[in-house]
Design a protein around this ligand. Structure first.
Ligand SMILES: C[S@@+](CC[C@H](N)C(=O)[O-])C[C@H]1O[C@@H](n2cnc3c(N)ncnc32)[C@H](O)[C@@H]1O
Length: 267
């Protein structure tokens, strides 16, 4: 009975949102959702789903819980400074106008951090920064660009003054010139087509609940999306153990390079 309920729940979710839970780690996702169901007045996954589907706000909250949108500016500051002092200057030697993709960008803190960094490194060059996420509500928040104090705690005072303006309720709004550097778009990393030609792809703290097969497919797709010499930057707990098998080389943890001289396209 419970299995059938779970299967029907997954089907309904996929129909409504295109989120396919079969590509996520079953035990963890089921436990997370069961936790929600048990705290609700509903007895089954399907009854819970049908109830939250009735109101837009409740459904948005449910999707937010499911996709885990927590993020902040300059998350893992030491890695961002590696990006700023080594990785990006290196990439710009061969590609003066970079094409960058923040995949699973959540509230926009990651692409805006990148935009701030690129503006400081090369004030008069227009780079391309694409920022995508599965969750449309979170993309709306990213486009608004208004942040609470805990989301900007790693932003220096100087940067806060330069790139943000005070907003109501003690919040801070990103300035329009930084906003205009980013193209936000909905994209499902487990389903949609991947663009190509990127110098740098960031995919951090997104794959935590993906199955091993889904991760391998994702990292292969990123490989094909990168230019030769391009870099994939992953989260601080997401080292890719089989990176060599996927075709990457790595000179330092969490940054993986598509070799410059490898003409072979992985399938
Ligand atoms: C924890 S946030 C990470 C945000 C940012 N990259 C960071 O490291 O702070 C994870 C994001 O991944 C998104 N996500 C989850 N599954 C996804 C998928 N299949 N395709 C695209 N985005 C997905 C979620 O909606 C969420 O906004």
């Amino acid at each position: 009975m419970e299995d059938k309920d779970w299967e029907t729940f997954k089907q309904k979710l996929k129909q409504k949102t295109e989120i396919d839970l079969n590509l996520y780690k079953e035990a963890q996702m089921k436990r997370r959702i069961l936790n929600l169901v048990q705290r609700s007045p509903h007895k089954t996954f399907v009854a819970y789903f049908d109830a939250v589907s009735k109101t837009k706000e409740e459904f948005a909250e449910f999707i937010e819980y499911l996709t885990i949108n927590v993020s902040e500016f300059f998350r893992n500051a030491d890695k961002f400074s590696k990006l700023e002092t080594e990785i990006i200057p290196n990439l710009m030697k061969t590609s003066p106008r970079l094409s960058i993709w923040s995949a699973g960008c959540s509230i926009g803190a990651e692409p805006y951090s990148l935009a701030i960094m690129m503006k400081e490194l090369t004030p008069s060059t227009r780079h391309r920064i694409l920022a995508t996420d599965l969750d449309v509500e979170i993309l709306a928040k990213a486009r608004r660009g208004v942040y609470a104090e805990n989301e900007i705690k790693a932003v220096t005072k100087d940067r806060l003054q330069k790139y943000f303006t005070p907003a109501p309720e003690g919040k801070f709004a990103i300035k329009p010139d930084i906003k205009s550097m980013i193209e936000f778009r909905r994209h499902n990393l487990l389903k949609d087509r991947f663009e190509t030609g990127f110098d740098l792809i960031l995919c951090r703290n997104v794959v935590i609940y993906f199955t091993e097969e889904a991760k391998t497919q994702l990292y292969t797709n990123f490989f094909n999306s990168l230019k030769p010499g391009g870099i994939l930057f992953v989260g601080a707990t997401e080292a890719i153990l089989n990176y060599r098998k996927l075709g990457y080389v790595s000179s330092q943890p969490f940054f993986y390079e598509k070799p410059k001289t490898n003409p072979e396209t992985k399938k």
